[in-house]
Design a protein around this ligand. Structure first.
Ligand code: F6P
Length: 318
């Protein structure tokens, strides 16, 4: 068996651990595993390397992806498609281990199937917005990264009272990551792109939190509103110092957590056993806490953050 590993879209902590696990099992059984450098555009240009487990070992505990990815949607172009098919043929690729988020997992496997190439998609995004999967690889690590930063902010909030901390997570237009972080960190408020809020309500709530607890912690998803402008407005509305912490891409490239490393190992095992047995491809998902293979297309819905949890965090806890 010859498998090509392709990483498409945003990287996520745990990709390296998964690739290393997969390569160890596959090469141990005598199969050959290739890696595309630079996602599908890299593959199109024939930028393929043979993956050797020993060389992957130093990457296992690292965030990011040792195989560079790409967001360039080359597969939309028919000439590029033709070129990619040729490269896959030239390298005698039997199947593809595909890493990506929602868009990648929805659009690319049907195309590969049309070309007679089976693929196993792995939901990899810190945003946790892949429909049909309770969890995507990297999400837990991104939450842990945020807790680390918030822990620092809260330590200084305790030492020097009277401030509002506004922590901005990544997540794009999906609030799942910010909601999970707010939940775990015990934030006084959470602001998400999916649900509207009024500045006056936020000002009143944070002012009360500072009065009662000495500080306020607000977690905001980057897609809700820029943390910097909100910090300025909130300072004016409350008369209290607001300090904004933008986690940015440091959050995406953070260290893979235990939970993500275990998920990476389980995804790798499921992907390898399916591909080696020549079973039909699909996407691996987590359902009921278990890794399962979803054959056919991913559900066509947009993942919406849990409204009951959102209301609970923003409710009458103060
Ligand atoms: O991959 C998901 C994600 O990290 C989002 O959380 C974020 O909004 C986006 O990617 C950032 O994309 P880029 O790295 O292209 O700036």
């Amino acid at each position: 068996m010859r498998t090509a590993v392709v990483v498409s879209g945003g990287d996520a902590p745990g990709i390296n651990a998964l690739v290393a696990n997969f390569v160890r099992m596959a090469t141990g059984d005598g199969h050959e595993i290739l890696g595309a450098e630079g996602g599908f555009p890299g593959l199109m240009d024939g930028q393929m390397v043979t993956l050797d487990y020993r060389r992957l070992i130093p990457w296992v505990g690292q965030g990011g992806s040792m195989l560079p990815s790409s967001r360039d949607p080359v597969l939309k172009d028919t000439e590029a498609q033709q070129r990619i098919r040729e490269v896959l043929k030239q390298w005698k690729v039997d199947n593809i281990l595909l890493f990506g988020g929602n868009g990648t997992l929805r659009h690319i496997p049907p195309l590969l199937q049309e070309w007679g190439i089976s693929s196993i998609g792995i939901p990899t995004t810190i945003d946790n917005d892949v429909p049909g999967s309770e969890r995507s690889l990297g999400f837990d690590s991104a939450c842990n990264f945020a807790y680390h930063a918030i822990g620092g902010a809260l330590a200084t909030a305790h030492a020097l009272v009277g401030r509002i901390f506004l922590v901005e997570t990544l997540g794009g237009v999906c609030g799942n990551l910010a909601l999970a972080v707010a939940h775990g960190a015990g934030a006084h408020s959470v602001l998400l792109p999916e649900y509207a809020y009024a500045d006056d309500w936020l000002a009143e709530r944070t002012r009360k939190a500072v009065e009662q607890f000495g500080h306020a912690l607000i977690v905001i998803c980057e897609g809700a509103r820029g943390a910097r402008t909100l910090a300025d407005d909130l300072a004016k509305l409350t008369g209290i110092r607001v300090r904004d912490v933008r986690l940015g891409h440091a959050q995406r490239g953070g260290v893979p957590s235990h939970v993500d490393r275990v998920l990476a190992a389980d995804f790798a095992y499921a992907a390898y056993t399916h591909l080696k047995d020549g079973l039909p491809g699909g996407a691996l998902v987590v359902q009921g806490g278990e890794v399962r293979l979803l054959t056919g297309l991913l559900p066509q819905q947009t993942v919406i953050p849990d409204k009951a949890l959102y209301d609970r965090i923003n409710g009458s806890i103060i």
